[in-house]
Design a protein around this ligand. Structure first.
Ligand code: FE2
Length: 374
């Protein structure tokens, strides 16, 4: 699976055909500094900007790109702005998972008629580069799915945004596309959101992990992976499960003060190179005990990569029927233990690293323990 998005829209018979992830928007306390972080640490490139200088008076938004991944970092200008309330409650986090569609009006109609709660009625916004049609529906917590239709638009991002360039341009780190975005929902809420994705969005459940599979000595969670019809967009949903101590999902819910996006998985074709680069730029990753590597090849069979660099960097490996994958997880990228990133390289495998869950969750628990939250 080379990419999760297409350069050109595809034809499917879904009632909600999706061409891929359009952008992910974060509401943050200081977008100028966040942009510097994502540029310096992750290698995102300047793309567009909207703010007072471009006629947008109430906020500043930086759009950054790497491969097909587009992130938007937005800060309100005043405390009475609704975005300020969002940040006060949740801290920095993901507000919008925007999906690229051929018809944003139809996407709204199809989903709302099936029970979606509207976030933004369909609207057409224009500038000298054409028109963009958008609409949006509510997701778990205060998170939103926007539908973006841009087939009649030639501008840099969206009307209101201007191309943005600076003299500070660190290289990219080889990140290519959004592989999946995971949501954490409350106790016993997973199936409610699985039903939402099935009935309202036309997705299907492609993988299920119960609390027996995802548990350590201390804590547990359950997870179901939802995929749209063509497989370009995948949203796993986690909920906490009973354990001796506090689940990492509970810790997230407590600090995000709501349901929300837990992690975004970003794909690379060369995870050793990407992670070496990210580490040298200061991105912090979870580590597993080196004993993880002692019997790794017995567990996963032959892999093309040398074990040495994987062990040195802390990259995990898992295999399914179709191939294998390499993955690693950052520590949370805010002071609140909420959003983090996964870096993933797929070599045939279409799964999510279930064989690594135990080692990974024990690593998370060591961090929870240090924070006093286990
Ligand atoms: Fe993941």
């Amino acid at each position: 699976m080379e990419t999760q998005t297409l350069d050109r829209p595809t034809k499917t018979t879904d009632f909600l055909p999706l061409n891929g992830t359009d952008y992910v928007e974060f509401y943050v306390g200081n977008a100028k500094q966040a942009a510097h972080y994502y540029k310096t640490a992750f290698g995102f490139q300047d793309m567009a900007y909207a703010g007072p200088e471009t006629g947008v008076r109430d906020r500043a938004s930086y759009v950054m790109q790497q491969g097909k991944i587009r992130i938007v970092l937005t800060t309100p200008m005043h405390s009475d702005h609704p975005i300020a309330a969002h940040i006060k409650k949740h801290g920095d986090g993901v507000k919008i998972l925007a999906l690229w569609v051929d018809d944003a009006y139809d996407a709204f109609q199809q989903t709302v008629s099936r029970g979606a709660k509207p976030y933004q009625k369909p609207q057409t916004i224009t500038d000298e580069f054409g028109e963009v049609r958008t609409s949006g529906i509510m997701l778990y917590g205060e998170t939103v799915h926007m539908f973006i239709e841009r087939k009649n638009y030639k501008g840099i991002f969206l009307p209101g945004y201007k191309e943005h360039k600076t003299n500070y341009n660190p290289t990219d780190t080889g990140l290519l596309y959004v592989d999946h975005c995971v949501g954490n929902v409350g106790w016993h809420k997973m199936n409610e959101w699985v039903n939402f994705y099935e009935e309202v969005m036309g997705f299907r459940n492609i993988l299920t992990f119960d609390d027996k599979m995802i548990s350590t000595e201390y804590s547990a969670l359950m997870s179901k992976v939802m995929s749209n019809g063509n497989g370009f967009v995948k949203f796993p949903i986690n909920e906490p499960a009973e354990g001796k101590r506090k689940s990492q999902i509970e810790e997230y819910l407590e600090y995000y003060e709501d349901e929300g996006v837990q992690h975004m998985a970003l794909a690379t074709h060369d995870i050793v190179k990407t992670v070496t680069d990210l580490q040298s730029r200061g991105v912090e990753f979870l580590t597993v005990p080196t004993t993880y590597y002692d019997d790794l090849l017995d567990r996963v069979g032959h892999i093309d990569e040398d074990l040495g660099p994987l062990k040195e960097l802390g990259i995990l490996v898992d295999r399914d029927d179709e191939g294998y994958l390499l993955q690693i997880f950052t520590k949370p990228v805010e002071d609140r233990p909420t959003l983090f990133f996964e870096i993933i390289q797929r070599k045939g495998a279409k799964s999510f690293g279930a064989g690594n869950f135990k080692a990974l969750f024990e690593a998370i628990e060591r961090e929870q323990e240090i924070r006093g939250n286990l």
